[in-house]
Ligand binder design. Structure first.
Ligand code: TA6
Length: 290
């Protein structure tokens, strides 16, 4: 049974474990604040980045982990708040969670209705698979009597030895919106590498993508379903210095986010539900698929 514990800042968290013994043992940590996953380790190797300067004080979003961007990704929606409000609100632990899987729930209330006049139920189910892989499923139900339209993302910060050692493979030939340049472009490179700010929202990305860290011989195979797009981000030094909860720690992560963003919003009729999922498998270089 997943149990609630007290974490950073006195916030409530859930710790998940697999029963796999020895090298395959995996753990994950999930805060009710923002339903933000703040850790995933396999065989003792921590694979998720959280800024050492992260502020665990609601409503501020935790810098790092896997923030839930809903009901909009970025500014792709009517809200003033970038990435919506889900990552700033407390989610409830649903009954039926186990030692290796937990569902957190966010339902519309007076506050959200004042921000966004739509009744909804959002559920994030986080599971550690027997292999140690991390799976997250976001399910949104339109509980209103009118259509619901939203964009969303699971904004994952993968821990890397150094951004200079990181690459993202699988996006060659795709069109992306370059948020730094404010323009569309096409990626001709075999892999995305990081020699400066990278802030790209790829349109209609493949369902399998790879994050590689040559500095620690790690490969993360990311498999998405339901999310059409993928976002790659690292702010580099100039932007990071303007972020009080990041600063000099910008070299420690690469964001590869599964998103329903530039391809267009999800539209749900009353009573309809949508699901998007990501499953991430950790391998050491040499084991992972090429
Ligand atoms: O996913 C990339 C991005 O949209 C970047 O443009 C940057 O703003 C990043 O998200 C972090 O956003 P935040 O609101 O968490 O500072």
């Amino acid at each position: 049974m997943a149990s609630l514990k007290t974490g950073e800042g006195g916030l409530s968290k859930v710790v998940l474990t697999t029963n796999a013994g020895g090298a395959g043992a995996a753990t994950a940590t999930l805060y009710r604040h923002g339903a933000t996953l703040t850790g995933w380790s396999v065989g003792g190797e921590q694979l998720i980045f959280v800024s050492p300067r992260a502020v665990f004080q609601p409503p501020k979003a935790i810098r790092g982990g896997v923030p839930v961007c809903f009901p909009q990704f970025g500014n792709l929606g009517p809200l003033q708040a970038q990435h919506g409000f889900a990552r700033n609100r407390e989610w409830q632990l649903a009954a039926g969670s186990s030692s290796s899987s937990a569902t957190l729930v966010l339902e519309s209330d007076e506050e959200t209705l004042a921000l966004w006049p739509h009744a909804f139920r959002a559920e994030l189910t986080t599971s550690l698979l027997p292999s140690g892989a991390l799976q997250q499923v976001l399910r949104v139900t339109n509980t209103d009597s009118k259509p619901l339209e939203f964009t969303c993302a699971l904004h994952t910060y993968f821990k890397v030895s150094d951004i200079a050692n990181a690459s993202v493979v699988g996006l060659k030939g795709l069109q992306y919106y370059d948020n730094a340049a404010g323009a569309l472009a096409t990626d001709a490179a075999e892999a995305v590498t990081f020699s400066g700010e990278v802030d790209r929202a790829y349109i209609a990305a493949p369902d399998t993508l790879k994050v590689a860290d040559s500095g620690r011989g790690a490969v993360l195979m990311v498999h998405k379903r339901g999310f059409s797009d993928a976002v790659v981000w690292n702010p580099a030094q100039a932007k990071a210095e303007g972020m009080a909860d990041l600063g000099e720690h910008w070299r420690g992560f690469v964001c590869l986010e599964v998103a329903q963003a530039r391809s267009g919003p999800v539209v749900l009729q009353p009573g309809e539900a949508w699901e998007g999922s990501t499953t991430v498998q950790y391998d050491t270089i040499g084991e992972g698929a090429d």
